[in-house]
Ligand binder design. Sequence first.
Ligand code: 2HA
Ligand code: ZN
Length: 271
Amino acid sequence: MKNIFEAPFLIEMMRTTANMYRLGYDERNGGNISWMLPAETVGEYLDLDNVIRTIPTGFDASPLKGKIFIVTGTGKYFKNVEVDPETNLGIIRIAADGTTAELLWGFKDGGKFTSELPAHLMSHISRMSIDPENRIIMHCHPDYTLAMTQVHPADERAITRTLWKQMTESIVVFPEGVGVLPWMVCGTNAIGEATAEKMKEYRIVLWTLHGIYGCGRDMDEAFGLIETVEKAAKMYMLTAHLPKANEITDENLVDLAARFNLNYRKDFLDI
Ligand code: 2HA
Ligand code: ZN
């Protein structure tokens, strides 16, 4: 059996959570990440027949039965993952009943997975139906994105247009736009279902006055989406109150889409 503390997936979780903490995306216990791992990979490091304990998920995740996830813990701080991954992270497998998580490693202090597990697992189910290669769901609280949801109408077309017009890269990185949910109570199955529904259309979902969800085939895709939206939101918050001298037009966006061969939301442009 290989040493799990040298597993590339564990090291990437440690590096990513530390990076996000230092960027200010995840204050205190804010944010959570789940990553679906192949059983063969995890089996190189852990005895997959050794279930440490079982934890109810509180909802039916049957489409994911047998799937294994490394996931951040509830109440745990991203800043502490790097120094003590075995307490702050866990590796769980969805049991045959679809409503129980089998703990294979981690949550050493008796802890459990993120309170946002419903949004994560429901979003995994949604994304897999659109892109079978999707593996990551990531949630965090970046400053400018949250600020923007205070002052900008919470409308998908309007927010997407604003973000696309803040900087040239936006439409290239998220041509499908961003989904937006109104303010909702977090940690519930209801917000999980609403997020997962949006994830059928978008890889980015904004939670008004709370944060952002991103997904991807790997950590770079999920994180890259979030940091690009955050950068665009920052440009917006730095300039929204100032007179505009230059602006990306709808025609410019069409030209970008042609240059990069983008499958973008054409109905989001006034053309
Ligand atoms: O895990 O971010 O949405 C803490 C949160 C809840
Ligand atoms: Zn949150």
